[in-house]
Design a protein around this ligand. Structure first.
Ligand SMILES: Cc1cc2nc3c(=O)[nH]c(=O)nc-3n(C[C@H](O)[C@H](O)[C@H](O)COP(=O)(O)O)c2cc1C
Length: 185
């Protein structure tokens, strides 16, 4: 099975580290894993142009790195999303990613990519309310609902202002690996 991790933070920080440990758990359980750093890709915002919903079209009109990412998502059996909390919600690149997924829904909201995927979420913040991270998970689960992705869990890391702070939280990393293993079951 293939597990694709997508990290939305610009820095190689806490949310990415949690995604990496989720992927480690999946890999140790026999999965093939890949990490994508979304901010290293060239992906433009959805223009709402309607091209993807016009007869005969099945993808986005924007020819950028999202086209390759669509293929990787299609091929994956499980998806792992990692995002930092910025002003109480996900950082902006995560929304760019989500909006561009619209091109993989038919006009009747049936799927243009393979279904039956599992998903896991990792969110980190500097000290805000836990509710912010739970809301992000709820939102990603709602988005995943459009694609039939089955949520297997959330790892929240709070109090993680410094870039590598989560690496000192051994229990959190173990929890992430356990979640990764659950994606293979
Ligand atoms: C622009 C910006 C906004 C932030 N807003 C919040 C916030 O609303 N609540 C919070 O607890 N932390 C906030 N933080 C701190 C980050 O969520 C925290 O450092 C997180 O662990 C960063 O994840 P990363 O290490 O994966 O980049 C903010 C950081 C930045 C740069």
């Amino acid at each position: 099975m293939k597990v694709l991790g997508i990290s939305f933070s610009y820095r190689h920080g806490n949310s990415q580290a949690l995604v990496e440990h989720i992927l480690k758990g999946a890999k140790d359980a026999g999965a093939e894993t890949e990490l994508i750093r979304f901010c290293d890709l060239e992906v433009k915002n959805c223009k709402g142009c309607g091209f993807c919903k016009a007869p005969g079209n099945d993808t986005c009109s924007i020819k950028d790195d999202m086209q390759d990412l669509y293929k990787k998502i299609d091929a994956a059996d499980a998806l792992v999303f990692g995002a930092p909390v910025y002003f109480g919600r996900m950082n902006a690149p995560a929304y760019t990613f989500i909006d561009r997924l619209y091109a993989k829904l038919n006009p009747d909201f049936s799927l243009r990519i393979s279904g039956g995927k599992k998903m896991a979420v990792a969110v980190t913040c500097g000290g805000g309310p836990e509710e912010d991270m739970e809301n992000i998970n709820k939102y990603l689960t709602t988005v995943g609902g459009f694609f039939g992705w089955e949520s297997k869990g959330l790892i929240c890391g709070n109090g993680l202002m410094e870039k590598d702070a989560v690496l000192k939280c051994g229990d959190k990393l173990k929890e992430a690996e356990k979640l990764g293993k659950s994606l293979t079951e």
